[in-house]
Design a protein around this ligand. Structure first.
Ligand SMILES: Nc1ncnc2c1ncn2[C@@H]1O[C@H](COP(=O)(O)OP(=O)(O)OP(=O)(O)O)[C@@H](O)[C@H]1O
Ligand SMILES: [Mg+2]
Length: 415
């Protein structure tokens, strides 16, 4: 985690941050010539090329704006934030920062491993421009926010990554930066901490401060940002209303995924295998459906010999890896005595409570005891859930809550 103090210049004219035509390249060295012959063939040089991590990127961030930066892995998001934080210097173009800035970039940097949490708080807050007296006054609040009271005198090298993030975030938010840059770190914290951070973001915005957040959690961008910027191979592909940018981004990613989708990872004896997995809504194959839809998962199998008492199973996990459910035909006692040739298994899922995001589906066919694996297909397919019967966007499922608010003096809404 890196905490950086930004210059607090006075040239503000409505924007907190200006990225002007920024290009950043990295030199990629190809494998060294392994023999004299190869060296001569390469023209006597070890070859390299300049890789464009960012290409002519320009935008302004207005004071008080919360901007979410999204994009595929390797699209240049972290590079962009490092340029903003002045950790990297662009090859062309420039970045202007008019506000007091704090940046939480990748894990590891910024803290002194041998020093205690306490010493690191003082060190970091000082780097961010806080006086010693001010830090001392704020110290308890910082530690309380981090929840690390018990470990504050332990060297941070013994901290877990989540603990690092807690401390770094607690410092960064408490030095009251006017501009905060955050790169994908909240994902490391646990749910309680993520929640606390979100609350802080809301306060932060209400106080008219500026936030640039890199994240793969498009739900957060939808909920917390005024604007989204989509980076695609180092270029700004779209910049605007979060909902519109995210939809465009998700569509494109899905399209790309389908055309390049490789076979999932397969293991098993193979006497019976899953040939294909379909998702059906009203009998129509789909790649996506809405929260609350009735969905049938159809497995097409093919057996090269007679399989006694086969058990079919599927697992559904969120794209980030949380297992949602893992039902099997054995759970409900659907065990044919034997099966051969080809056929289909339909798994009917009613009123699917999954919240909008991407999911992965795995399949498995085993013997009755489940030790013998005929076919296990990891990542058999992915699918997306979009907004339907619920407006919940966090977590993985909605429990379709019914809310009732009562009390001595509750003024009902007129709607
Ligand atoms: N120091 C470096 N040297 C060489 N290449 C680099 C360096 N830093 C980044 N890159 C390359 O620049 C590209 C952009 O990387 P960057 O870390 O900015 O991506 P990202 O959008 O943050 O990805 P992710 O979502 O995985 O965090 C990648 O192809 C990466 O390999
Ligand atoms: Mg990154």
């Amino acid at each position: 985690m890196s905490l950086r103090a930004g210059p607090a210049s006075t040239t503000a004219d409505g924007y907190a941050l200006r990225v002007a035509d920024v290009t950043k390249t990295f030199r990629i060295h190809h494998e060294r010539a392994s023999s004299l012959k190869a060296f001569i063939a390469a023209g006597g040089r070890n070859r390299y090329e300049d890789f464009y991590a960012l290409r002519n990127v320009s935008f302004d961030v207005a004071e008080g704006e919360a901007v979410g930066v999204i994009g595929h892995n390797g699209s240049g998001k972290s590079t962009l934030l490092k340029c903003m934080a002045k950790i990297l210097t662009p090859n062309a173009g420039h970045v202007e920062v008019t506000k007091r800035m704090a940046a939480l970039l990748e894990l590891g940097a910024g803290f002194h491993p041998e020093l205690s949490g306490r010493d690191n708080v003082f060190l970091n807050a000082a780097i961010l421009g806080m006086g010693r007296k001010e830090i001392a006054e704020r110290f308890d609040e910082i530690v309380a926010f981090s929840g690390l009271e018990q470990f504050i005198d332990t060297p941070v090298k013994t901290y877990s990554s989540g603990m690092y993030v807690r401390l770094a975030f607690a410092v960064a938010i408490n030095v009251e930066p006017e501009l905060l840059l955050i790169d994908e770190i909240l994902a490391v914290g646990d749910v309680t901490f993520q929640q606390k951070c979100m609350e802080k973001f809301v306060d932060f915005r209400e106080q008219g401060r500026t936030l640039v957040l890199v994240t793969h959690d498009t739900g957060n961008v939808r909920d917390f940002c005024d604007r989204a910027i989509w980076l695609d191979h180092g270029v700004v592909r779209s910049d605007g209303e979060p909902a519109a940018v995210i939809d465009e981004y998700t569509e494109t990613m899905l399209g790309a995924q389908q055309s390049t989708e490789t076979e999932g990872m397969r293991r098993g004896d193979g006497q019976i295998t899953i040939q294909r997995v379909e998702l059906l809504v009203d009998g129509v194959p789909v790649d996506r459906f809405r929260t609350g839809d009735d969905v049938t998962v159809r497995l097409h199998f093919e057996a090269s010999e007679s399989i006694p008492k086969p058990v079919f199973a599927i697992s559904i996990a969120s794209f980030t890896g949380a297992l949602v459910t893992s039902p099997s035909s054995r759970n409900v006692g659907q065990i044919p005595d034997a099966i051969s040739g080809s056929g289909v298994v339909d798994i009917e899922l009613g009123d699917v409570p999954l919240v909008p995001q991407r999911y992965v589906l795995h399949t498995e066919i085993t013997g009755y005891g489940r030790q013998r694996v005929y076919d296990h297909l990891q990542n058999a397919r992915t699918f997306d859930v979009v907004t339907g019967s619920s407006s919940e966007t966090h977590g993985v499922v909605t429990l379709n809550p019914v809310w009732k608010i009562s009390g001595d003096d509750v003024v009902p809404s007129l709607e």
